[in-house]
Design a protein around this ligand. Structure first.
Ligand SMILES: Cc1cc2nc3c(=O)[nH]c(=O)nc-3n(C[C@H](O)[C@H](O)[C@H](O)COP(=O)(O)O)c2cc1C
Length: 390
């Protein structure tokens, strides 16, 4: 069983979203401001829809925190949906024409529902507001050990950023300076223009998001079971976010087209330290963190709800009919960056808690300090011939 885990509940236009975050150790300082910082980022950015102007996504902590510090008990969080007042008691017409690309059709077939709205209320990415709040708690836990997570947009539609030569730190910093969340200012302007153009044409746009985790010690995750591999867990977390359809650890698809000696990060020595001058492995080898930055790339599809009608079938009349438009984003790629940072934080918080053991930060701190670094002296090689199987 995972040490750090999150369960969420709540509908897009229901009264509230709720979350229970279990496994955060005792002794972590936490206040409402920590949660607000990230939720604001999920609400802003080029291509966001009108809903975001209504919501404020303030997560309230209901349990697990006393006197500003975690107690080790489950942390219950709630985010009220401000939009709920516009839906409460209103007879909403049934939605009978499913949107291609959304959960509508498969969901109604699966659960036997007679109104696609029953599917979309929960399938909606509104749930990611709670994941961002819980992710903020996990980020605070990771930060106590010097681990930071940041992200940026590297492509929207056909506009791709030029990022060569920019360190991960400066990519993250520059991304916060524009509405596209892109470190390349020229590309950011082109992305914003592309979003406006797509919106004007009743279209939506997808893109590529990159998430970086800095300061991760070597040895999180494991090769001993497939379901403990850190890359597998991170990939699953990324794909758990609606509209994420592809994931790479490092430049994996580019690597697939190169020769082995062009891909693998050389192991070199600086004094006693073992250093890796490059990070084409994306910070993970054999399902374990290497100590290099963890580098995740995610492909987000253009979202399904387009103003321009798409062909569908009205399940009630049985006739072909265009899908019905619901209020929607044009391109949530910039505001999805913090969502991917949050799910990455959840996975890393769990991997760190498993590695360190203990119930409080005080118990974890000495164990973290004693973790092997990437040095020759951390290896315990005997250099003798050994018989493995007599
Ligand atoms: C932050 C965020 C915002 C989203 N906003 C919308 C939206 O406004 N309209 C829409 O149709 N899809 C939106 N999506 C995507 C849908 O939720 C998603 O495509 C749908 O649930 C079907 O799941 P799938 O794309 O993973 O198959 C958003 C996704 C994210 C991560």
């Amino acid at each position: 069983m995972a040490s750090v885990r999150l369960l969420t509940a709540g509908e897009s236009h229901g009264p509230a979203l709720v979350g229970i975050l279990d496994g955060i150790p005792a002794g972590l300082s936490l206040d409402a401001g920590t949660l607000l910082r990230d939720s604001g980022r999920r609400q802003k950015g080029a291509g966001a829809g009108a809903r975001m102007a209504i919501e404020t996504d303030v997560a309230r902590i209901l349990s697990g925190v006393m006197a500003g510090r975690t107690t080790g008990a489950p942390i219950a969080l709630v985010i009220e949906n401000r939009d709920h007042v516009h839906w409460k008691g209103v007879a909403v017409p049934p939605m009978t024409t499913p949107r291609p690309g959304h959960a509508d059709l498969a969901g109604a077939l699966k659960y036997g529902q007679d109104d696609f709205r029953e599917v979309l209320e929960r399938a909606s990415a509104r749930d990611t507001a709670m994941r961002v709040a819980a992710g903020a708690v996990c980020r605070e836990f990771l930060a106590a050990f010097g681990i930071r997570i940041g992200g940026y947009v590297s492509a929207i539609g056909s506009v791709t950023a030029s990022l060569d030569g920019l360190s991960f730190e400066s990519r993250i910093e520059r991304a916060s300076t524009n509405q596209a969340g892109c470190p390349d200012g020229g590309a950011a302007a082109a992305m914003e223009a592309a979003i406006l153009q797509a919106g004007g044409a009743g279209e939506t746009l997808g893109g590529v998001i990159e998430v970086i985790a800095l300061g991760v010690p070597p040895g999180l995750g494991s090769y001993v079971q497939g379901d403990r591999r850190l890359d597998a867990l991170l990939a699953a977390a990324v794909l758990s976010v609606p509209a994420m359809k592809g994931v790479e650890i490092g430049p994996a698809f580019d690597n697939a087209r190169l020769l082995g000696t062009q891909v693998h990060d050389p192991i070199r020595k600086e004094g006693d330290r073992l250093v890796r001058p490059s990070d084409r492995c994306g910070g993970i080898e054999g399902g374990m963190s290497t100590g290099q930055p963890i580098w995740i790339r995610a492909a987000m599809k253009p979202i399904p709800t387009t103003m321009k009608p798409q062909p569908s079938v009205d399940g009630f009349t049985g006739e072909e009919a265009p899908m019905r438009y619901e209020r929607s984003d044009v391109c949530p790629v910039p505001r999805a960056v913090v969502v991917l940072e949050a799910v990455t934080a959840l996975v890393l918080a769990n991997a760190l808690a498993e590695k360190l053991g203990g119930d409080s930060l005080d118990e974890m701190a000495p164990r973290f300090a004693s973790l092997s670094g990437a040095s020759l002296s951390d290896l315990h090689l005997k250099g003798e011939h050994q018989v493995f199987w007599p």
